[in-house]
Every structure is written in C-alpha cells, then in structure tokens.
Design a protein around this ligand. Structure first.
Ligand SMILES: NC(=O)c1ccc[n+]([C@@H]2O[C@H](COP(=O)([O-])OP(=O)(O)OC[C@H]3O[C@@H](n4cnc5c(N)ncnc54)[C@H](O)[C@@H]3O)[C@@H](O)[C@H]2O)c1
Length: 308
C-alpha cells in the first residue's frame, strides 16, 4: 500500500549521533526522505534503522567537498549537527576544533547555499558564557568562554551573512543540556545525566563537580528532535534557544536520580573543570512560539533512562 511519499529530502550531517539519530527517527516517521552523512567518529551505525526505504546512509567526512557535492544532489533541507562536540577538547586542541566547527561548518553551509536548501544547524547555549542576568534570551550578547562557544557563535554569524547576501533560509538552534537514550556515558565530558545513570547502574557514587550548585536547563532528546523537525518544516530565521526553561542544580539532579533509582552509593565530590558554565537557564518563550513546547518532564525522562 502506498503511503504518503514526502518530496522533501533532508540531509542530516551527523545523523548517526545522539541528537541526529533521534531526529532521523522522527523525520522517517513523518514521511520525509533522509540522507545521513556521518564519519562515525562519535556516532554509531546501530543508532539508525538497519534498513529503511526512505533512508540512505553515507560514511564520509563533512570536510570533504567532493563528498558533499555528491551527496547534496536533490536535497531540499540540511540539518547540520556534526561537530567537535567537547568544550574540554576545544580547549586542549583548538586547531582541530576550529577545523571541524568553523571550516567544515562553512563547507556544509556553502553546500546548502548551492542547493538553495533550508539550513538548520546546531548552535549551543555555550555561546552565552557566564552572564549576569537570567534567563538567557536570544538577544543577549554572546560571551563565549571556550573555543567551542566561540566556534558556535561564528556559525551563527556565518549563517546570518549567508542569509543577507544569498537569501539563504537558516535557523540556528541553541541547544541547552540535552539528555536521553543513546547519549554516550563513556566520554568524561558527556552529559551529566548519562554519567549519573551509568554510575547508578555500576553501583558507584555520583561524581559531583565543584559545589554542585551550578545549574542547567535539561531537555529530553526527543523534544529536541521535535524542535529540529519543526525548524526544518518552518521558515523562522535567525537563532532560537532550545530548552525547557527550568533550572536544575547538579546536586538536585543527583538527589532526584538517587530517589528514583534507590541508589545508596552517595555522592563523590570532584574539582570543577575549566570552561564549565556555572549557571545556565534559557528563556524558551520563542521556541514554544515558533517551534514546539517540550513534553518530557525531567523526572519522567530520568525514570525511562533508569528503566523504572
Ligand atoms: N548534546 C548536547 O547537550 C548539545 C548541547 C549543545 C549543542 N550540541 C550540538 O549538537 C550537535 C549534535 O550533538 P550530539 O550531542 O548529538 O553529539 P554526537 O557526538 O552524538 O553527534 C555528532 C555526530 O557528528 C558526527 N561527526 C563528527 N565529526 C564529523 C565529520 N567531520 N564528518 C562527518 N560526521 C561527523 C559524529 O560521528 C556524530 O555522529 C553538535 O553540533 C553539538 O555541538 C549538543
């Protein structure tokens, strides 16, 4: 039986990763055709369906312009998520980080421009740095405190320029702290929720950095996937925060995870890491207005991760 065949073909760069794979799932379920480009540096093949009639997966590096040229045939939309994603690594190896997050970003941006495709890309809450006034609003100044944050800000400036000189349709999504299934807990720099869940499963204490009073604005990856699809479908220009607009301190988070899991291993205090932001809380009014409203309460998302 022929189901509705969508004529839209979305190129998802970094589609085998954490946010990418959930977005691909949603795009496929909504009838889109999807082409993934990924070099599988942090992404995994098994994050994506083994086979699907509307999914093509290409292994390759986004810095390769010949590959980009080949895979952009017929695309109508680009979702660019591939990046050097670690703040700490951007401090330790700023040249590699710049190559991935600025040079390769421009390669993908330019490919979108050549095909007149709608361009949606991952920015980050990291562009804000440590600000005095919260919640963070889109028009607040960018004050990055890491190469990673600066690179994401430069992406926004590039996209804005391409909008003005080429009429490119673009939207940058400033993701706050994304969590959920498929987040890799093995990296020491990955999300705190995946680390805590992993520690609970191993019967280990939860490692809390600094005084634990730093807070974050957590959003479930399936809510982020919904925001991404809404961003591709729409024509909003510029940048939007993607967050729930609720602050949770790390110590509150540890207590919540202990309560849900029944863990009695306690907390292990460790020093702060450089480049870590103290207070992160978004104004999510515009996301709710222009994209969608997040649906996953934090406790429910954590319960699912803990298998409770
Ligand atoms: N997870 C978060 O909380 C968060 C917060 C803010 C911003 N972001 C941004 O969102 C995007 C997606 O992050 P994620 O958490 O899904 O990370 P991820 O590491 O799971 O996904 C990145 C994907 O890009 C691929 N990739 C990396 N370099 C590549 C290259 N040179 N060529 C082709 N593919 C390449 C990786 O293999 C991976 O599949 C990134 O741009 C990240 O900076 C994430």
């Amino acid at each position: 039986m022929g189901h509705h065949q969508n004529t839209k073909l979305v190129l998802v760069v970094g589609g085998a990763g954490f946010i990418g794979s959930h977005t691909v799932d949603l795009l496929l379920s909504e009838g889109y055709r999807v082409r993934v480009l990924d070099n599988f540096s942090t992404g995994k093949r098994h994050n994506l369906p083994e086979t699907h009639e509307r999914l093509e997966i290409l292994a390759g590096d986004m810095s390769d312009q010949a590959i980009l040229r080949r895979i952009c045939v017929d695309i109508t939309h680009v979702l660019h998520l591939a990046a050097q994603v670690s703040v700490v690594d951007s401090l330790e190896n700023p040249v590699f980080s710049c190559q991935q997050n600025i040079l390769s970003f421009v390669a993908v941006l330019d490919a979108a421009r050549m095909h007149n495709a709608r361009f949606v890309y991952a920015s980050s809450a990291a562009i804000y740095g440590n600000q005095n006034t919260l919640p963070l609003q889109e028009e607040d100044p960018a004050l990055p405190i890491s190469p990673y944050g600066l690179e994401k800000y430069s992406n926004e400036l590039y996209a804005d320029l391409y909008g003005r000189i080429y009429g490119l349709s673009h939207l940058g999504l400033r993701y706050f702290n994304v969590y959920g299934p498929r987040q890799d807990p093995k990296s020491p720099y990955s999300g705190v929720i995946s680390r805590f869940v992993d520690q609970v499963a191993a019967g280990k204490p939860l490692t809390v950095r600094g005084d634990g009073k730093q807070f974050r604005d957590f959003i479930h990856v399936r809510d982020v996937a919904r925001a991404n699809v809404a961003a591709l479908r729409g024509n909003t220009l510029g940048v939007l925060n993607v967050a729930r607009g609720e602050a949770t301190s790390i110590i509150e988070l540890a207590k919540l995870i202990e309560k849900i899991s029944g863990s009695v291993s306690g907390v292990h205090w460790v020093p702060d890491i450089p480049g870590d932001i103290k207070r992160s809380l978004a104004d999510s009014t515009r996301m709710r207005q222009f994209l969608c409203s997040p649906q996953w309460p934090l406790a429910e998302g954590i319960r699912e991760l803990l298998g409770q």
